[in-house]
Design a protein. Structure first.
Length: 208
């Protein structure tokens, strides 16, 4: 079976450099690093696709063209069994990790991430591989300072600014943050190469 690597995000240029598009940013870095073909629009999947061989294994790379909370729809006709799902890798932004850190995980909850929730719901399984890429900022002392949700608005009042967490994840990376992501992408690329060559247990032992 081929490996399916998915980068989560929202389609459209206005979302391109936002924190919530970290998965797509990382997947594009991976595509370029391995000189894989340019993206092609595949309307039956409502996604961008490319494919090629990495570390001697066939890979299919996917960027869903749905909004984040409907990401699972692009995978319904590609992942048809729980066995296939075990070779599905989802790359996405994680507010529970600081910028510059990342981890492999498998068969865990969504952590509130709407894209992961959509995929688990569509495929009827949580048993797929995740590459969690940290986006939480650090304080001057090097401690993670995760943004918190706004308190409930008073009854009858409207909130124009929206939730603080939503504002943060839909905000754009700074140039220095994008440079840090570039470093992370090289580590993730090595991790994915190890994954397809040696399997999940060996990879988690080496990179987590």
């Amino acid at each position: 079976m081929k490996w399916i690597i998915v980068g989560l995000g929202n389609p459209g240029g206005e979302y391109g450099a936002t924190r919530h598009n970290t998965g797509r940013i990382m997947l594009e870095e991976f595509r370029q690093a391995h000189d894989l073909p340019s993206w092609e629009v595949k309307k039956p999947y409502n996604a961008l696709l490319t494919k090629g061989n990495v570390a001697g294994r066939e890979m299919l790379l996917i960027e869903p063209e749905t909004m984040m909370n409907n990401s699972g729809k692009s995978l319904l006709t590609l992942v048809k069994s729980k066995k296939q799902a075990e070779q599905l890798v989802i790359i996405y932004d994680d507010l529970d990790l600081p910028l510059g850190k990342w981890k492999f995980s498998f068969n865990r909850g969504s952590g509130g991430h709407k894209g992961i929730e959509s995929i688990a719901r569509s495929l009827k399984t949580k048993a797929f591989i995740r590459v969690r890429v940290g986006i939480a900022p650090l304080s001057l002392l090097g401690k993670m300072k995760k943004p918190k949700g706004d308190p409930p608005a008073p009854r009858g009042a409207s909130r124009q600014a929206g939730d603080a967490v939503v504002q943060f994840i839909l905000g754009k990376f700074t140039n220095s943050e994008l440079a840090e992501l570039k470093k992370v992408s090289k580590e993730i690329s090595r991790g994915l190469e190890t994954l397809v060559a040696k399997g999940l247990d060996a990879t988690m032992g080496e990179f987590n």
